[in-house]
Design a protein around this ligand. Structure first.
Ligand code: XMP
Length: 513
């Protein structure tokens, strides 16, 4: 990880997107807090610095401001939106409240084709704007290189210093060629090669794990989800039989889930896999419980107990491995309430008790989710695991409204298996965020053959989402819906009605609970 781009976060909701785009150019990127001292940034030996956008005005009394010495490090700087206004503010330009807020699509016209940022790009580009303030005077040494309908300084540069500013957002998908602009910055201006690949990362991560763990034993809680699965495969590659994976069957798993995990990790990878079948225990504790929060608490606590007992049986280990990802460790700037940072804390069930005295190994903590998937493929994990849709820790319990009895688990498991099977057959399963069945607590009357039935209702949920924070329901084709409903009602005993959920998030949530 020699070359890197350092991104200063001023609270934009897109800061992480900038980091991902840079990495998609095969250049490593790190996000740091906006007021990180310049000396600390210099010590990171960045090839370039990007100043993110942010919701503040540079002239506001509490505006987040960087250490001004970052402009004296002799390193190229790219300011985006709020970032270009900072450049102006610090280097002698002027920012004022705009007459009109520039928001949404715009057309960028490049006036100076020799600007390195726009190399190999057409003269006119669609861009995405989102700013109220306006640059009204650019600093000495800078010149305007592109304009939009509303802004004569949509892109500016100081060629000698390699300082650039963009008033629009190159990182978002609504700036279709924005990634090329960022690629021009990191490769063309900063001189970075294309060294950040999952193959390189894999080699390096294996070395780092070996150096950290040495001859000690490591325990990992394997859930079958993407993160813990990739962490397991990576650790196994690095330290082989020093790793023990503990897989807890809480009785709330989907059809074949336990089999797939045992097959892939036990039989194919030949990992030490300790399978804890605790279904009976969990279901006993959940008997008669209908309140969703109580269910979650019971499951969280039972998991800790089972896991703790299992680690003792696994033998003395010094390390506990976790599939923590980069978005979980970025210290987010609170001013904008970075949405990506909120999701884990809200959902993570229980966590492990503080008295478990392990040192942590977190081999994925520099990676974004899409990178973890690429690494999983590099490690030879099957698509079925690498491209799995998210599945909540408390499992089917959050999708069984009312009591979680063995019979109701069976009903949902069977209905869910049909949803997964048909979604895969339609080719939609891997294209959307989640698709699943929910078992409702209502029963209604129906007729099947000559008989009157009084059975449960299954709700089908299919959503698109980027990160689970907001979601839209997917307009599944009618013939697929028809097939789902008819198969579920015909094949799943105890169900006589199917409904399709057309609620977006907000105001709904993705799971029902
Ligand atoms: P909601 O239902 O809040 O879910 O819209 C947002 C995303 O989080 C997943 N989810 C969970 N993930 N443990 C998890 O690891 C949980 O307890 C949990 N509950 C919800 C949900 O599937 C969706 O992707």
């Amino acid at each position: 990880m020699n070359e890197q781009i350092v991104i200063l976060d001023f609270g934009s909701q897109y800061t992480q997107v900038i980091a991902r785009r840079v990495r998609e150019c095969n250049v490593y990127s790190t996000i740091v807090h906006f007021n990180t001292p310049a000396a600390k940034i210099a010590a990171m030996k960045p090839s370039g610095i990007i100043l993110s956008g942010g919701p503040s005005s540079v002239y506001a009394p509490k505006a987040p401001l960087p250490d001004e010495n970052i402009f004296n490090l002799g390193v190229p700087v790219l300011g985006i939106c709020f970032g270009v206004q900072l450049l102006a503010q610090f280097l002698g330009g002027k920012v004022e409240k705009g007459q009109k807020r520039e928001y949404g699509k715009g057309t960028l016209t490049i006036k100076d084709k020799s600007c390195a940022l726009f190399s190999k790009l057409p003269k006119s580009l669609q861009v995405w704007n989102s700013h109220g303030d306006k640059l009204t005077k650019i600093p000495n040494g800078f010149k305007p290189v592109a304009v939009t309908e509303n802004s004569e300084y949509a892109a500016i540069e100081n060629r000698a210093k390699k300082f650039f500013g963009l008033q629009f957002h190159p990182e978002v998908v609504h700036t279709p060629r924005g990634k090329e602009i960022l690629a021009n910055f990191v490769h063309g201006v900063c001189g970075c090669g294309k060294n950040w690949t999952m193959r390189n990362y894999l080699e390096q991560a294996v070395e780092e794990i070996r150096a950290q763990v040495r001859q000690e034993k490591v325990i990992l809680g394997l859930s079958g989800g993407v993160d813990s699965s990739v962490a397991a495969a990576l650790l196994h590659k690095a330290i082989g039989s020093q790793l023990t994976c503990i897989f807890v069957n809480n009785g709330l798993l989907r059809a074949r889930e336990a089999d797939v995990v045992r097959e892939v990790f036990g039989r194919n990878f030949k990992m030490k896999l300790q399978y804890e079948n605790s279904s009976a225990l969990f279901l006993k504790k959940l008997k008669g419980v209908t309140d969703p929060e109580t269910k979650r608490k019971i499951i969280g606590r039972a998991f800790v107990d089972v896991f703790q007992a299992a680690t003792k049986r696994a033998g003395k280990a010094k390390f506990l491995a976790q599939g923590t990802l980069y978005p979980d460790v970025i210290e987010s700037v609170p001013i904008a309430g970075n949405p990506a940072a909120l999701i884990k804390s809200h959902h993570n069930v229980g966590g492990l008790p503080k008295n478990m005295k392990f040192q942590l190994v977190e081999p994925l903590k520099n990676l974004f989710k899409d990178e973890v998937r690429l690494l999983g493929l590099e490690l030879g994990l099957p698509k079925e695991i690498v491209w799995r849709q998210p599945f909540p820790g408390p499992g089917l319990a959050v999708r069984i409204l009312g009591e979680v009895s063995p019979k109701r688990c069976e009903i949902l498991r069977n209905a869910d298996a049909i949803v997964v099977e048909e979604m895969k057959a339609s080719g939609l399963y891997y294209k959307i965020w989640q698709s699943f069945a929910v078992l409702l607590p209502v029963r209604s009357v129906g007729v099947m053959g000559d008989e009157r039935t009084y059975d449960y209702t299954i709700a089908i949920r299919a959503v698109e989402s980027q990160d689970g924070m907001t979601a839209d329901w997917v307009k599944l084709p009618y013939d697929l819906l028809e097939k789902l409903a008819s198969r579920i009602i015909n094949e799943v005993k105890g169900v006589n009605r199917c409904v399709f959920d057309i609620t977006s998030k907000p105001p709904g949530t993705i799971e029902w609970e």
